[in-house]
Design a protein around this ligand. Structure first.
Ligand SMILES: Nc1ncnc2c1ncn2[C@@H]1O[C@H](COP(=O)(O)OP(=O)(O)OP(=O)(O)O)[C@@H](O)[C@H]1O
Ligand SMILES: [Mg+2]
Length: 220
């Protein structure tokens, strides 16, 4: 570790949290990052939080929950139960609205599609193995979609496990895999297509509405 965890936490409290401006506009869309203090860099955002890195701390990232977004306690508990595994991050420290996590060096599958980076089947198999490991620790893989999994040097990683206490069935990863084998391999990959963000986000919204309609249909 280049600098200590204590000095990182100091830096989070004194610089990052004082100046960062995050907003969750709709709970089903990523948090908007209005302001990030120099030299912090935003690596990504999900529907709950933004994830940032500081150049002096290359091994860690800080996940800051947007005001009003729940779930940080559950995410701490998931990391506690999970222990160490090469396909997952690790929790180093936590505060009221932030987590310090091990930095995973990879590209999300969502960004791979955007950038036209080929995704080999090994990535899918690694993620399957990682999810089995999580199940063996009493967790329930949930919400495993293209922004929550990464590829790093041809191997698969799971970057977001925040919802793994949720025991409700979740088809997201099964649907990603189906799309991988039926759409990605024969069409997107073969034609070396790059997917613009509006199309990826359109698929995401379409999928959310489809799952919602399906749940209502099943209730009746
Ligand atoms: N440990 C990490 N190392 C590097 N980048 C990360 C790490 N954790 C998260 N990221 C990046 O930040 C993005 C948002 O993080 P994360 O998915 O944990 O947020 P979230 O709000 O919980 O997401 P969701 O909407 O899926 O619940 C990820 O898609 C990824 O690009
Ligand atoms: Mg996420």
């Amino acid at each position: 570790m280049v600098n200590s965890l204590e000095s990182l936490q100091e830096c989070i409290q004194q610089e990052l949290l004082r100046h960062i401006k995050l907003e969750s506009v709709e709970p089903y869309n990523p948090v908007i990052t209005h302001q990030v203090p120099y030299p912090w860099q935003c690596l990504g955002a999900g529907n709950y939080a933004a994830v940032l890195a500081h150049p002096d701390y290359p091994e860690q990232v800080v996940k800051v929950y947007a005001p009003g977004r729940p779930g940080i306690g559950e995410e701490v508990e998931v990391y506690r139960r999970l222990g160490e595994h090469p396909a997952f991050s690790q929790l180093y420290a936590s505060g009221e609205n932030f987590l310090v996590l091990k930095r995973l060096r990879g590209v999300t599958l969502y960004d791979c599609l955007h950038r036209g980076i080929p995704i080999p089947p090994q990535v899918i198999w690694d993620i399957d193995g990682a999810l089995d490991f999580a199940r063996s620790r009493g967790l329930h893989p949930h919400d495993v979609h293209g922004r929550n999994v990464m590829m790093s040097e041809g191997r698969g990683l799971v970057v977001d496990i925040s919802d793994f206490l949720n025991a409700e069935p979740c088809r997201a990863w099964e649907d990603v895999k189906r799309a991988y084998w039926w759409i990605y391999r024969p069409i997107v990959r073969s034609l070396r297509l790059r997917m613009p963000y509006f199309l990826l986000d359109g698929v995401r919204t379409g999928y959310r509405l489809y799952r919602h309609a399906f749940r209502i249909f099943r209730r009746h």
